[in-house]
Design a protein. Structure first.
Length: 261
C-alpha cells in the first residue's frame, strides 16, 4: 500500500470518526443528532452572521410598521410555544428586498422574511406560519447538522483527492456530496413544517394558514423550471400533504374554532 493511499485512508477515517462521534439529543424532537456546534456556538454564529445576511438582501426594511408587526408575531410564537423552553435568542427581521420571495433562519435564533414574501401574505396567521416554520429550523438545529455534514463531505473529498491524485475525481465526489446534502435539506423542510404547525397551534394560530402559504409559494415559484430533486426546498405541493397529515394528527376531529386565522 503506497503512502498516498495510507494518508487518504487516515483522512477519511478522521472525517468519519469526527462526524459519527459528535452526537447530541435534541430536547424538542427527541432525536439523536450529529452536530458540529454547541448551542452557545450556534447563538454566537447567528449573531455574527445576521448583519452580513441582511446586507446581502438589501438590508432591513424601512417600513417600521411591518417590522414591528413581524417582530410582535414572532415574539408571541416564541413566548407561547415550546420555543420558550429553548436556549436560543430569537429575533425577527424584515428585509428590504421587494423581489425575492424568501424567509430563512440563522443558527441560534435570528429569523428573516423578505418584503417580497411578506407582501404576498394576507393574514397574521400566514405570517405566523412562515415564522413558525423558521423557528422549527432553529429548534431542530438544522444549521448545526448541516455544518457537521459539510465538514464530513469536505474530509471525504480531500481523501479522494489525496488517494486518486485526480482532481476531477474529487470534483465528482464533491458534487455527489452536494446532492446528498440537498436531500437532507428537503427532509429538514418537512420537519420544520411539522414543528411550525406545533408552534402555531400552541400560540393560538390556525395551522391551516400554513396550507395557504404553500399555495402562495407554489404560485410564486411557478415557471421556475427547476426540478425538485435539485432544489433544497421541496415542491410546495408535495409539502402540502405532509402539513395536512400533521394537522389531522393533532386534530383528528377537525381544527377547533377560536384559533386565529
Amino acid at each position: 500500500m503506497n503512502a498516498r493511499l495510507i494518508i487518504a485512508i487516515l483522512v477519511a477515517l478522521f472525517a468519519i470518526g469526527s462526524y459519527f462521534f459528535r452526537t447530541s439529543e435534541n430536547p424538542v424532537t427527541g432525536e439523536s443528532q450529529r452536530v458540529a456546534l454547541s448551542t452557545e456556538q450556534e447563538i454566537a454564529l447567528g449573531l455574527r452572521s445576521a448583519p452580513q445576511m441582511a446586507a446581502q438582501m438589501g438590508g432591513v426594511t424601512r417600513n417600521e410598521k411591518a417590522a414591528a408587526a413581524v417582530s410582535a408575531i414572532g415574539k408571541k410564537l416564541v413566548a407561547s410555544s415550546v420555543a420558550a423552553k429553548s436556549p436560543y435568542r430569537y429575533s425577527f427581521h424584515v428585509l428590504a428586498d421587494p423581489k425575492t420571495v424568501n424567509a430563512f433562519a440563522l443558527p441560534g435564533g435570528p429569523i428573516f422574511i423578505t418584503e417580497g414574501l411578506l407582501r404576498l401574505l394576507k393574514s397574521e396567521a400566514e405570517v405566523a406560519a412562515v415564522l413558525g416554520h423558521e423557528i422549527g429550523h432553529v429548534l431542530a438545529r438544522h444549521a448545526a447538522e448541516h455544518i457537521a455534514k459539510e465538514q464530513l463531505m469536505q474530509g471525504l473529498v480531500s481523501a479522494v483527492a489525496v488517494g486518486s491524485g485526480d482532481y476531477s475525481t474529487a470534483q465528482i465526489a464533491q458534487m455527489v456530496g452536494g446532492l446528498i446534502n440537498m436531500k437532507y435539506g428537503r427532509d429538514d423542510e418537512i420537519e420544520s413544517d411539522r414543528l411550525g404547525v406545533r408552534v402555531m397551534v400552541e400560540a393560538g394560530y390556525d395551522p391551516r394558514a400554513m396550507l395557504r402559504v404553500m399555495e402562495v409559494l407554489a404560485k410564486a415559484s411557478s415557471g421556475s423550471g427547476r426540478p425538485e430533486f435539485l432544489s433544497t426546498h421541496p415542491n410546495p405541493g408535495n409539502r402540502t400533504g405532509q402539513i395536512q397529515a400533521e394537522i389531522e394528527k393533532r386534530f383528528p376531529q377537525g381544527v377547533p374554532e377560536g384559533l386565529k386565522r
